[in-house]
Design a protein around this ligand. Sequence first.
Ligand code: PEP
Ligand code: MN
Length: 351
Amino acid sequence: MKFARKGGRPIIISGPCSAETREQTLATCKALGELGVVDILRAGIWKPRTSPDSFQGVGLDGLEWLAEARAMTGLPIAIEVATASHVEAALRFGVDVLWIGARTTVSPFAVQAIADALRGADVGVMIKNPMHPDLELWSGALERMSRAGIKNVALIHRGFSTSSAGIYRNDPLWSLAIDMKLRHKDVPMFCDPSHICGNRELIQGVAQRSADLNFDGLVLESHICPDKAWSDSRQQLTPDSLKALLDSIVWRNETCGDDPQIQLQDLRLRIDELDNELFNTLSLRMKVSEQIGELKALNGVTILQAQRWDDIMHRVMSDADRLGLSEEFLVKVLDAIHIESIAHQNKVMNR
Ligand code: PEP
Ligand code: MN
């Protein structure tokens, strides 16, 4: 199973978060097949859930239903695997694509056990980014697959657990995904807007952003009746709304890859993402300052503490070389941050 774009078109993977019943799996996959725009069907049959009381997936029964869905639609099928026994079952059923979930990518032991069980198998393997923003773990998982002789690998950007995810379920941290893409130029990169957003209203914007960044495809959760889904109901789309969403995305022309204008646009998008992260971080910093202001107010302490500020200056300046930033620039930025921070503390103290 190769992750190849057909005629330059991005690869679309869709299906329910979880296979729930035979009827739901087949009805969803049939409708997706009829759209004519889905390349691979997905469904989780073992679900890594935080609470043992949540729906844990239907297990092996789901493999039977997916095999039926494949026979009915002619489309390859993908499931999530987290253990060697999952891999063995998937290979026994001839599953075309396996994906490693975000909760598994964080564990090198688990990833290695999967790689060992897969050794030499002719399947596609997609690796989701780990839960937390750590590219080394993500790259390590990729390396473990290639050492196990898996030729068709792909990456899935599904966002990261951070304290600054804002409106998203998982923080997209685009500049990290771009960094990963640049480190592994030959490995296709998919975006999973469903798990980034957690909410179907936000999906279009994230999907468009990934198209603008020249991702190779999308993984989008869909369900014949999303509101009744047993997992991730708020982020799933009906097959019809999936089609409408895909129709609304503007896919940039891949053939002009060497055009300097396109390269310039890529770099500018990168700058925009980094600026977003920079200002989000500054905003978080000011919120922490306000908490400090509240503490100081409660304890009758002054806002300005010269020694503390000298320490901060000193610490940042001593890193100037590594950062590749001039001391003159750092002083200007730190002064601006300091003034803004004092204003925030002042606001809470004199509320
Ligand atoms: C999923 O794709 O169903 C899933 C559980 O995703 P993630 O590992 O990204 O949370
Ligand atoms: Mn899901």
